[in-house]
Write a new protein. Structure first.
Length: 290
C-alpha cells in the first residue's frame, strides 16, 4: 500500500532519516520501533507531508505522493493523528469529532461561507456519525465533556476517533500509548484491531511499549540511525542480535551475555536447568536506550 524508497531527510547537515526503504502492506498493522532519535517520527512526518524529503520517494497504491501537503494526503485517506490543539480543548468531545471533515479538508473561508446551508444540513448526519464513533470507542459517556478535561489516554482515543470521521485507508499513530494507563491502552489496542478487521484500516504504529507492539503488530520494522535495521514478526525482531545491539549498545550486550554465561555455569554446577528468565523481560527498555 505504501512503499518508501531510499528516503532521506536532513536537518542542516544532520540526516535524521538516512536512506530508509520499507513497505507497509495493505491490511497490516505494521509496527515501527527503534531507539530514541532513530528517525521514526521524522519518517512519519515525511510520509504524511509535514516535511518534504531531502531525497527519495513515497508511493501509495502505485501513485507517487512524495511531497504532497497533509490535506491532499488526507483526501487520499492517509492520516496521521495529531494532539488536540489547545484552541479545541474548550470544545466538547463530540464537537471535536464533528469538525474533523471540514477542518481537515483544506476548505477555504469562501467555501465555508457559501457552504453554510449545506453544512447545517449535514450537521445532523455528522452528529450521528460522531456518536457512532464514540460508541465504537466505548467513550459515549464523554460526548459532552470538554476535550481539555480528558485524561491522556482518553485524548488518544479521541485522536483515533477523528480518523473515523472520514474515509481513512491508512493511519499513522505516533506513540499512541505514551503515558496511557494499561486499561486505556488495551481499549486503544482493541479499537485499532477492530478498525483493522472490521473497516479495513491499515495502520503503521510507532510505539516503545514492546508488549503493545508484540500483541498488535505484524510485521515490525526496526529503525536505527535513520535507517531500517530489521523487519519481521515481533518474535523474530526480539531475538535479532542487531536489534538488541541497537537498543542496548554493544557494551551492554556483552555484559548481558557475560552475565547469562555466568548464570548458566552456576546452574550447571548445581545441576539445575537455566531459567527462562523474567516473563516481562523482553530485552528492551520502555523508553529506548538509557
Ligand atoms: N525539526 C528538526 N530539526 C532538527 N533536528 C530534528 C528535527 N526533528 C528531529 N530532529 C532530529 O532528528 C533525529 C530523529 O528524530 P525523531 O524525532 O525522528 O526520532 P524518533 O525515532 O521519533 O525518536 P523518539 O523515539 O525519541 O520519538 C533526532 O536526532 C532529532 O533530534
Ligand atoms: Mg518520535
Amino acid at each position: 500500500m505504501i512503499v518508501v524508497e531510499d528516503l532521506q531527510k536532513q536537518f542542516g547537515g544532520f540526516r535524521a532519516v538516512d536512506g530508509a526503504s520499507l513497505e507497509i502492506a495493505k491490511g497490516s498493522i505494521t509496527g515501527l520501533i527503534g531507539p530514541n532519535g532513530a528517525g521514526k517520527s521524522t519518517l512519519f512526518n515525511v510520509i504524511a507531508g509535514v516535511y518534504a524529503p531531502t531525497s527519495g520517494r513515497v508511493i501509495m497504491d502505485g501513485e507517487d505522493i512524495t511531497g504532497l501537503a497533509p490535506h491532499e494526503l488526507f483526501h487520499k485517506g492517509l492520516l496521521r493523528t495529531f494532539q488536540i490543539a489547545h484552541e479545541f480543548s474548550s470544545m466538547t468531545v463530540r464537537e471535536n469529532l464533528m469538525m474533523v471533515p471540514a477542518r481537515q479538508s483544506g476548505e477555504t473561508l469562501w467555501n465555508a461561507w457559501f457552504g453554510r446551508a449545506r453544512i447545517r444540513g449535514e450537521e445532523k448526519a455528522l452528529r450521528a456519525k460522531a456518536d457512532d464513533v464514540l460508541d465504537f470507542l466505548t467513550i459515549s459517556h464523554l460526548a459532552d465533556e470538554k476535550a481539555g478535561n480528558l485524561s491522556g489516554g482518553q485524548k488518544k482515543l479521541l485522536e483515533l476517533g477523528r480518523t473515523m470521521m472520514v474515509e481513512a485507508k491508512i493511519v499513522f499513530l505516533d506513540e499512541v500509548g505514551a503515558g496511557v494507563n494499561r486499561t486505556l491502552l488495551n481499549t486503544i489496542g482493541d479499537a485499532i484491531v477492530r478498525l483493522n478487521r472490521e473497516r479495513g484500516y491499515t495502520f503503521c504504529v510507532i510505539e516503545h511499549d514492546m508488549d503493545f507492539i508484540g500483541r498488535l503488530c505484524d510485521p515490525v520494522i526496526v529503525m536505527a540511525e535513520g535507517k531500517v535495521l530489521a523487519q519481521g514478526s515481533a518474535q523474530h525482531i526480539m531475538e535479532n542480535e542487531a536489534v538488541i545491539e541497537a537498543y542496548l549498545g554493544r557494551g551492554l550486550k556483552n555484559k548481558v551475555k557475560a552475565e547469562a554465561a555466568a548464570e548458566a555455569r552456576l546452574h550447571e554446577s548445581h545441576g539445575a536447568q537455566p531459567g527462562l528468565g523474567d516473563e516481562s523481560g523482553n530485552g528492551f527498555g520502555a523508553g529506548g536506550p538509557a
